[in-house]
Design a binder for this molecule. Structure first.
Ligand code: ZN
Length: 154
């Protein structure tokens, strides 16, 4: 049995218990859906991106394991109010943190609280849970603005 208490910091556990921005938006202009068949995690992402390419609002719903939920919650806090460009940089830094080699550097400053998810890197099967909502974000930001995007970790 996977024990979240062994691996995760208080801030991650808190995001799992009280996920932030866990809601649909009334009128999102970007949406995406993500599915991780390995674990059964599902995430629906809703964004409102304004004309200057700033993420004005972001919310998520869905069901999944503690990691997927905490990561999605932390992502919404990290991305809220950021530009699309900044969001993509944070996505790159986050993915890099979880998949880098032992000596590779990544930008802690850009990541803020997200660095508390670094422990996931030691558990490859859990990385997919952690990056699921981020892949959905990437898809929502880069996809057809009106259409719904679906991503799968498989
Ligand atoms: Zn999972």
């Amino acid at each position: 049995m996977f024990d979240i208490e062994d691996l995760y910091q208080d801030v991650v556990i808190d995001h799992n218990r009280r996920p932030r921005n866990f809601r649909e938006l009334d009128s999102p202009n970007r949406t995406a859906e993500g599915f991780n068949p390995l674990c059964g995690d599902q995430v629906y992402l809703y964004l409102h991106v304004d004309d200057s390419e700033i993420v004005r609002d972001i919310g998520f719903t869905g069901a999944g394991c503690a990691i997927s939920k905490a990561s999605a919650s932390m992502m919404t806090e990290a991305i809220m109010g950021k530009s699309v460009d900044e969001s993509e940089k944070i996505f790159d830094a986050f993915r890099h943190m979880l998949t880098r080699g032992p000596d590779e550097e990544f930008d802690y400053e850009l990541l803020g609280d997200l660095e508390f998810l670094e422990g996931v890197a030691k558990y490859p099967v859990r990385i997919k849970c952690a990056v699921l909502s981020w892949h959905a974000l990437n898809s929502a930001l880069n996809g057809n603005q009106a259409g719904e995007q679906t991503v799968s970790t498989e």
